[in-house]
Design a protein. Sequence first.
Length: 202
Amino acid sequence: MREATDKMSHRESHGGYGSRLYCIWAHIKARCLDKDDKNYPFYGDRGITVCDGWKNSFSAFRSWALQNGYNDELTIDRIDVNGNYEPGNCRWITQSEQMSNTRKTRRVTFMGETLSLKQMAEKYGLDKTTVSLRLKRGWSLESALTTPPGERRDNRKYLTFNGMTLPFSQMAKHYGLKPPTLSMRLKRGMTLEEALTTPLKT
């Protein structure tokens, strides 16, 4: 009985046991650390974890949340969907925004802004399918987004990345890849950045 009381006192000392924010914290830890949790295969098993500061202290997590705009209408979101739960990679967004940020949603960054591919295409007056096909054909993201519908990009055998424009084969070699490897990665739906910078499997 005393043990149970001690556990409750410890929980209450966090200053939020049973609150929505406490439940969010508990669920984050469960899906990243508890192999029996139904969501573990999508988080912990993929190498996604919780930073030590949050893992060991609800108070630390609560302080960060309240200082970064938390309210009961928002949900936690990882900016890099393959990154960890930690202050530099998390934010509070609406549920509708959260739905756009899943592993199944392709996200791209252009002109300092990160959006789903669908949202980015719409922003530039294009259909998602058009932009996606252009990227798979080796277009740079800039060309794919800024070339009007129905027009063909000039120098289609060239790629632009990190401020550098090179022929397709030279760009591949510059990043230590064989052109067929780069081509295959793009066909599989990887962004140009992912295709060029993902290390080769040994």
